[in-house]
Design a protein around this ligand. Structure first.
Ligand SMILES: Cc1cc2nc3c(=O)[nH]c(=O)nc-3n(C[C@H](O)[C@H](O)[C@H](O)COP(=O)(O)OP(=O)(O)OC[C@H]3O[C@@H](n4cnc5c(N)ncnc54)[C@H](O)[C@@H]3O)c2cc1C
Length: 437
């Protein structure tokens, strides 16, 4: 068995969640994982697997023992005919995409960064945008995991309840050792970005989400400006080292550095937020980007923030964004980060925030060091009106009562959890406060 580290300090990316687990385990094999689970069960303590710590909520926060799958990364096997790829759970997405590319395959969709582990991303339903496309969880066709009894389990997706529970499980059914992804042929993307007014963008919203493989908006709070990104498949094209470097200098360094300066000004003098948001909105460039899909989806996030994100039924999006605009114009909060709007197909996972419906996701960010309290409180309240379900990996105000209202299959999920983890090895106090039935 691998030797655990004692009392290691742990924090998430945005540093709003901190912990000092008693033991941090770094298994090197599946039997190491089983040993750790058995030890935790016998000692009666909780075990939390941590991925890349890119969740803003305390779902990955270890309370007693923590485990990282950093030693279990990479490709296990693939079937190019079936286009299925089996990856160790600890594989980072930035490692996974080139692995798939080397065998002519790709992820069907991705979010806006690639720092997460595959197991962490599928455990929280990490999503990108595209009305015909689901989250990373929906791309999984088989799971292997060590359950709370220390037993190795394998399950292939079908229409059964176990698949619906495993699809988005927040680590509550066990340690995901590996996942098998249904991939697609390798592809390239062309992303077109332009500045629009809210009125014009709204007029084109319905056709835009159907006519483009991916549509994304950044609405600048309280202003009339929206940055629209339309992304579609283009003939295979890989960025050269030179174009990558130019892009990194332009988008990675210059834009991030400029935004960092604006953010610091807002932090030091929050009352300047509205004025600086207006300046940022006016300077949105019209431009485009082309490359392999994993060169186009993710962008560097060098300015730290915390985030809350909600899924609402797609049909409510227009009313919701108009209400947001009306309110923020009249009652500005000290916020300058644009609101990110994306869409996804509905998914049937018991804990999917989409609950089977075509969905719009709205994400609200606050610069690290600025007070997110009043803004996020308003978001939480507003989203109740639209039956919003928060992304579990982002800041939320979920309570047990709200969970029961929002997730009609919570009971069934918890029955399956009980079956695979009868001694609650994977249940933390945080999860218990929300998920108990
Ligand atoms: C800058 C930034 C950008 C982001 N962009 C997006 C985006 O575009 N779309 C989106 O949907 N989300 C986004 N997120 C949120 C992020 O994708 C999710 O929170 C994701 O779960 C993080 O993955 P992780 O590997 O860091 O997992 P962690 O945050 O470490 O863990 C997440 C959950 O997975 C569980 N887990 C991890 N590994 C295992 C395992 N092997 N077995 C069982 N359970 C496990 C943990 O216990 C925890 O419950 C973003 C976050 C940041 C910080």
């Amino acid at each position: 068995m691998s030797v655990p580290k004692k009392r290691v300090k742990w924090t998430n990316w945005s540093r709003n969640v901190k912990a000092a687990p008693d033991y941090y385990h770094f298994p090197k094999s599946v039997s190491d994982i089983q040993d750790v689970v058995n030890s935790c069960r016998i000692r009666g303590v909780s075990l939390r697997v941590t991925g890349a710590a890119h969740s803003f909520s305390p779902i990955a926060k270890p309370e007693s023992d923590a485990m990282s799958l950093d030693n279990l990364r990479g490709l296990i096997s693939y079937d190019s005919e079936a286009m299925e790829v089996r990856l160790w759970g600890g594989t980072y997405l930035h490692e996974a995409a080139p692995i798939l590319a080397a065998i002519g395959l790709g992820f069907e969709n991705m979010g806006d960064i690639q720092e997460q582990t595959i197991a962490g991303a599928v455990s929280t339903g990490t999503h990108g945008t595209g009305i015909a496309l689901g989250s990373l969880s929906s791309q999984v066709v088989a799971w292997t995991w060590v359950d709370g009894k220390g037993e190795i389990q394998y399950h292939r997706r079908s229409q059964d309840d176990l698949s619906k529970a495993l699809s988005l499980s927040l680590g509550m059914l066990g340690v995901l050792i590996d996942v098998t992804i249904k991939a697609v042929p390798l592809y390239s993307l062309q992303m077109k970005s332009y500045r629009s007014t809210l009125g014009n963008a709204l007029a084109e919203w319905s056709s835009g989400i159907r006519d483009n493989r991916h549509l994304e908006w950044f609405y600048f709070p309280g202003t009339d400006t929206v940055q629209v990104k339309e992304t579609n498949i283009t003939p295979l094209h890989k960025q050269t080292l030179q174009s990558k470097t130019v892009e990194f200098m332009k988008n990675g360094l210059i834009e991030n550095a400029g935004f960092k300066v604006i953010s610091e000004l807002c932090r030091v003098k929050p009352s300047m937020s509205r004025m600086l948001t207006t300046i940022s909105a006016k300077s949105v460039p019209n431009g485009s980007k082309r490359g392999m899909y994993y060169e186009v989806f993710p962008s560097p996030r060098l300015v730290k923030f915390i985030e809350t994100e909600y899924a609402i039924p797609l049909h409510a999006f227009e009313a919701c964004i108009e209400e947001i605009h009306g309110f923020l114009r009249a009652h500005p909060f000290y916020v300058h980060f644009p609101i990110e709007c994306r869409v996804t197909a509905g998914e049937n996972a018991f804990l999917s925030p989409t609950q089977g419906e075509e969905t719009a996701f709205l994400a609200f960010h606050m610069y690290k060091g600025m007070d997110a309290g009043p803004y996020f409180k308003w978001v939480h309240m507003l989203m109740e009106k639209y039956n919003g379900r928060p992304h579990f990996g982002k800041v939320n105000d979920l309570t047990n009562e709200k969970m029961r209202q929002l997730y009609p299959n919570l009971q069934r999920f918890m029955e399956i959890r009980q079956q695979y983890d009868p001694k609650s090895v994977f249940m933390t106090n945080y999860l218990q406060s929300i998920f108990r039935i």
